[in-house]
Design a protein. Sequence first.
Lengths: 253, 468
Amino acid sequence: MSDVPARIRGAVHAAVGHDSAVAHVTGAARYLDDVPIVSGTLEAALVLSPHAHARVRRVDLSAALAAPGVLAAITAADIPGKNDIAPMRSDEPALAADVVEYDGQPVAAIAATTLDRARAAAKLAAIDYEPLAPVLTIEEAMARESYVSPPQIMVRGEVEEALARAPHRLAGELRCGGQDHFYLEGQIALATPGEASDMHVWSSTQHPTEVQRGVAHLLGLPFNAVTVEVARRVRRPSSPASPPCSPGRHVGR
Amino acid sequence: MSAVRFLLNGTPCSEDGAPPSMTVLDWLRTRAHLTGTKEGCAEGDCGACTIVLGRRIDGSLQLRAVNSCLMMLPQIDNCAVLTVEGLAGPDGALHPVQQALVDADATQCGFCTPGFVMAMFAFHHGGEPADTAIVHEALAGNLCRCTGYRPIAAACRRVAHGPADRFVAELPALADALSALPVGVDYHYGEQTFLAPRSLAALFAAMAQVPDAILLAGGTDLGLRISKDREALPLVISLEAVDELRRITPAADAIEIGGTVTYTDALPDLDRHFPSFGALVRRIGSRQIRNLGTIAGNLATASPIGDTIPCLIALDATVTLASRSGQRMLPVESFVTGYRESALAAGEVIAAIRIPLLAAGQDFAAYKVCKRFDQDISTVVAAFRLERRGGKVAELRAAFGGLAARAMRARSLEGPVKGRPDALLARDFTPIADHRGGAAYRLRAAAGLLRRFQLETSLAEPMRVEAL
């Protein structure tokens, strides 16, 4: 007993400061939006769906493409590889093709010499939507069997028999809402085409591999042609990198 | 050549090559390459863009935290701008506010931190005590998504009772450097013009010269057109330098609040004469918003959820409108005519708002119902002024916001009435339903607020629900 040390070795139960704390409080910590960008870098603006659910009938980007400073205006049709950036299944396009499934879903991307020009051009995109009824409650989704994943039922043994024999039977329902970290830093990515078909991406993501896979899918590239770097990690995997890559490949900048 | 001139972390700066509609945040990040100040929301809610402005008021430097994302570049003319990069000492020693955040483990991803640093710096220089309610109010304009706020509030309590930093000694020099700058001039760039007249006469001349110009006071509402909608406003006339509009004039039976008096500057008088109004104002936006926004601006915007308007109506306030040809006065109730519409005529500016003081036998209370306690657009605002004589109700003025296209009195409640308040209110109001509240909810909430007022004014010991 006399050999028990007074303190636990290592950092357990010890106050250890955040190794970036001083950088945080002085403003020296560099997030992706703080990194100086090379002259000639294009800025992209997204055209977002104003409908929660709609068919995309017609997309006309000619006015956007003709706007000052615009070098590229792309839709799903311009994606050279697979229009899929889903982390798990194959159900998340980078740009919506025939149907939009949430308010704010990107339908097109405009690349221009400045952000204000890209945003101004994005407003000129002419898109015809046919609004559809969105499914907004669990009850509606169940009635239509509209599932993200097949329902999971956990059983073992002869359930009906056992329930029938049981002296007491309890039935109930539990609901819990979704939550999102909603981190304060905005989603941002910087894509630089390299030699041949290489793409170098800086992304405000927690999951560089997911971004690498998404970009490789979109551009139809092998994974080793895509390098993803993180500038100060954020909390949640996301794919902000995808929109800059296609216009970048298109334009060579 | 016109230029915007100011001090940036103590160093004199001049900018003549940026459009007036560039926000101060964008200027800091892209022209000064000071990226410590962040863009979190670009609408004055999250506080990641917080900077501190020093202005010379009566000879000394007054420090105020503001949202740089909402400000047009020329609004910092003749100001001492302090950003997070300017707080640490020349030897790199952390400012007490920065050290307190480090010591309290108050950062995780760190993105909100510079905004909190500047809000806390302003708090530190305010010399307020380490009272939890005050700390929460001081930081209401800053959001953090990682820490849960506890360590940040703890750090803020540690830097209360200030100031005790190198700026105490440096502020007089800063004030002197500021007075060496030429006072506000008109600023032109490209197709955009920003005029800064320094007197009412100059203001009227400017308004006659550019009748299409937008009048700018604090810009906390107008700023959204620039920060969110990215409008390049071509013609703006700032009221900031018109000294006549900045005054608060007490009279024997009333108080007059000038057209450019900010919420913050009006608070001492509101607290003294109408404490309930003061308490409600403390829930408008945040300190960053209240340091720029004006009561007259709130009135002129005439939004249905402009929180001061029902209060001014219930208090029977009048507004003085001044123009080249003279002045006229209107009851606030008649000034607001519709959804974002007022009786302000071309060539006119709100010179002052006159609020009669409460007479003996009069009680006033204001209430705000919204989803968040701070920094939220109201669902319902209620304001009541009750006068009793000989133990009976002599007069009730009841005004509501959030129930119609404009703030209005509820006439159905003001006479001798029978019936349920929410049914009576339904005679005066047909509220909309939106994500802030359904129509029936709004009426019930409004009726509930009347009941609350009844209870609070009928108790032997005055009491507010918030005190429970």
